[in-house]
Design a protein around this ligand. Structure first.
Ligand SMILES: NC(=O)c1ccc[n+]([C@@H]2O[C@H](COP(=O)([O-])OP(=O)(O)OC[C@H]3O[C@@H](n4cnc5c(N)ncnc54)[C@H](O)[C@@H]3O)[C@@H](O)[C@H]2O)c1
Length: 341
């Protein structure tokens, strides 16, 4: 039986509450301290998880010194991810952090280098990719259900009135949401970005300061073209948070509505007719263990106990976040650019 992992959680805002619940209900970890710049948030969190107000603080360095934890859970805002992660790694901790890995590519590169140098795990949570449907699509593609993938589209439209830091960000959709879609796309296809052309805009009537809508075309490895359209400022006929998906292969097409509908239409092999005969198949979604934040945490714990890297370790995740920064750069320059990381 492996030892329970002692963690401190840094960042106790909206998403921090979900993480507190996930950590508290996990038998493999002990929350030993909680930290937030806002003292009242830290105190409330300590009360919520039953560790006493004396274990709540506003100073991460002091908490690391006091508890000597095995791991840090970073649920701060994107602009703080670098500082929190570098501080945790320097203290000898493993880190699981919220997306996006960082708020700039140079910062993300520095964080990956720091994790490698420290010999510690730094994993980005990417909770969307542990969903049963995503794992089922990944397996269907790996099993060759639709043949060789040639193209994929994701459409995402939600009129989201958050308030808070997203309203002030320069690229709220790309940096804070599209990262999930880009990462899921990489997860199911197994390919990486090579180039992107992106248009970013802020629609009339937007309640965001930065550009909150985008259309992007990515050239991926293996010749796959990925087209992404998204907006957080689209009222009416909203999609699911996963977006609406179409993945085209040379033997058929997968459709996922981001929720219940997950089907493929695949060629029967008959060589007749203007459009060739096809059959409609439901894609089964077997149990895959914990989804969402629980799925992230389970993989983090396993990697700490057994060694090796979790699927979304920083060295992999930088390829997803590079799609974000590539799209931002392309939109700023108004031209197609190569995506590097
Ligand atoms: N995976 C998901 O589905 C999902 C959903 C929402 C948010 N998120 C991510 O979670 C993170 C937090 O988002 P949120 O909505 O909870 O934001 P929030 O603003 O509600 O909370 C952030 C908290 O971090 C604290 N904080 C900021 N800098 C800090 C620092 N240096 N040290 C200690 N505390 C600090 C703030 O005081 C605040 O309490 C972001 O990276 C966001 O993108 C992920």
């Amino acid at each position: 039986m492996s030892e329970r992992i002692r963690v401190i959680q840094v960042g106790l805002g909206g998403m921090g509450q979900g993480w507190l619940n996930t950590l508290k209900s996990c038998e493999d970890v002990d929350i030993v301290g909680v930290v937030d710049l806002r003292e009242e948030a830290a105190r409330a969190a300590a009360e919520k998880v039953g560790i006493g107000a004396e274990n709540a603080g506003t100073d991460m360095h002091a908490a690391l010194e006091k508890y000597q934890p095995d791991a840090v859970v970073d649920v701060t805002i994107p602009a703080a991810h670098k500082e929190v992660t570098l501080t945790a790694l320097a203290a000898g901790c493993h880190v699981i952090g919220e997306k996006p890995l960082s708020d700039s590519l140079p910062n993300a590169q520095e964080m990956v280098r720091a994790a490698e140098k420290a010999g510690k795990i730094y994993m980005v949570s990417q909770n969307y990719r542990w969903a049963k449907s995503v794992r089922a699509i990944r397996k269907a593609i790996q099993d060759g259900l639709i043949g060789k993938v040639t193209a994929a589209n994701i459409d995402f439209y939600i009129g989201a009135h958050f308030g808070g830091f997203r309203d002030e960000m320069d690229h709220p959709l790309l940096l804070d949401m599209s990262i999930h879609h880009f990462d899921m796309l990489r997860c199911v296809t197994g390919v990486d970005p090579q180039a992107v052309y992106c248009l970013e805009y802020n629609p009339h009537g937007s309640w965001y300061k930065g550009d909150v809508a985008t259309t992007a075309i990515f050239e991926m490895t293996e010749g796959i073209v990925f087209t992404y359209r998204g907006s957080w400022c689209a009222e009416g006929h909203n999609t699911n948070w996963n977006g609406h998906w179409r993945i085209i292969g040379d033997k058929g097409t997968i459709i996922w509505d981001g929720a219940d509908v997950l089907t493929a239409e695949i060629l029967t092999g008959a060589k007749e007719g203007f459009t060739r005969p096809k059959e409609l198949v439901e894609i089964a979604r077997p149990e895959v263990g914990p989804e969402g934040l629980g799925g992230s945490l389970a993989r983090f714990v396993t990697a700490i106990w057994e060694g090796g890297q979790p699927e979304t370790w920083c060295g992999d995740n930088i390829r997803s976040v590079a799609m974000v920064f590539g799209a931002v750069e392309s939109a700023g320059r108004g031209e197609r650019i190569e995506v590097n990381w």
